[in-house]
Design a protein around this ligand. Structure first.
Ligand SMILES: Cc1cc2nc3c(=O)[nH]c(=O)nc-3n(C[C@H](O)[C@H](O)[C@H](O)COP(=O)(O)O)c2cc1C
Length: 334
């Protein structure tokens, strides 16, 4: 009997297919649908610190009365309260309609008061917390050391406040990625997700205007998380989930072979709907049957850095020999 069970978020999951945080996981009807189609876990839309800070700043700018301080305190309290109440309701609604574990997602851009929110998320019934941590490293004065401090402080702040498992989802924008992941894993996280994918800028050349790029990933983008999953999975002692550009059962299997415990997907569900989960599960089970594997652990990590016969492929970045290969093949054709 083939089992797709795996572990991530400190929980046993029925299968490794996690519905990633997005607007698709911001309402109970959609969440029910993902659960009915057999999601391994569902990560709710993030609650964003930036959103609260922006709203707070807008209101603060309109207040110039003698009671400025009072207003600031009042609105700070009020905005946070509203955000917490709305997110708490989403967690409770999601819990009521989903058999799959419900993971709350907290975005933060500073490691301050905002993270007190974690204990309220726990009280609302979330099974685990995913910290969606990111500060765009575009300030020339920000050093790798400064960024690392922010990530570690945020994780410590949250892990110190809750009993439920805590994971982080990070970007690949680190000059010392392996070292940062190693430090995060040392905080006894229940998992690290490699990688988040963000809104990108683009340029409209007709209007000569800066615009937002279309938000969905392309299916070759899976190669970046594949590389880092393969490199880091045998070294961290912390479960990894791969994310970005994962659309097909073949790509899910590749991530598992590289050592991921699970995958997180969003774009594919915008394109194919929640029912795609059933097809993915069927195709993964079919491949396992063909290969004679009973469980994910039978093959997980078989092609990681420490197990692959040719691990140098993970570290190779330049196209020296393959470019030569293409050149030779092209010559033959001519
Ligand atoms: C429209 C949209 C909204 C998203 N919102 C969030 C979010 O609120 N929090 C978060 O951590 N990730 C968010 N993401 C990122 C996804 O969770 C995921 O990490 C990323 O899209 C890469 O996976 P994919 O290639 O399968 O889309 C969003 C992605 C999309 C496309």
């Amino acid at each position: 009997m083939i089992s797709l069970k795996t572990k991530f978020f400190g929980l046993e999951l029925d299968n490794p297919l996690i519905v990633a945080s997005s607007s698709l996981t911001a309402n109970a009807d959609k969440i029910r649908e993902f659960s009915e189609h057999g999601a391994g876990a569902i990560v709710l839309k993030s609650v964003f610190e930036e959103e609260v800070v922006n709203e707070y700043n807008q209101i603060a700018q309109t207040k110039s009365s003698a009671h400025f301080e009072e207003f600031i305190d009042y609105f700070d309290y009020k905005i946070r309260d509203q955000v917490l109440a709305t997110y708490g309701k989403l967690i409770r609604d999601a819990r009521n309609v989903s058999k799959a574990p419900i993971i709350a997602s907290i975005n933060c851009v500073s490691a301050g008061d905002w993270l007190q929110f974690a204990s309220q998320v726990q009280d609302a019934g979330a099974d685990a917390i995913e910290l969606n941590l990111f500060v765009m490293p575009c300030d020339p004065m920000t050093t790798a050391e400064g960024s690392r401090k922010f990530y570690l402080n945020a994780v410590r702040e949250v892990a110190g406040r809750v009993r439920i498992p805590v994971t982080v989802k990070i970007s690949s924008y680190f000059s010392d990625l392996a070292s940062v992941c190693n430090a995060l894993a040392g905080e006894k996280l229940a998992g690290i997700t490699l990688f988040n994918r963000f809104a990108n800028p683009d340029i409209d050349i007709e209007k000569e205007k800066l615009v937002e790029a279309q938000p969905l990933s392309g299916d070759l983008e899976y190669l970046l998380p594949l590389r880092w999953t393969g490199i880091l999975s045998p070294r961290l002692g912390c479960p990894l989930a791969a994310s970005t550009g994962i659309y097909t059962a073949e790509q899910v299997i590749k991530m598992l072979l590289a050592g991921a415990h699970a995958v997180q997907m969003a774009s594919v569900f915008y394109k194919k709907g929640a029912s795609h989960l059933g097809e993915l599960r069927k195709e993964i089970a079919h491949w396992m049957e063909k290969k004679g594997y009973d469980s994910i652990e039978d093959f997980r990590g078989r092609l990681s850095l420490t197990k692959a016969a040719n691990p140098g492929v993970y570290a190779r970045a330049q196209y020296l020999s393959s470019f030569g290969g293409y050149a030779a093949a092209d010559k033959k054709r001519l």
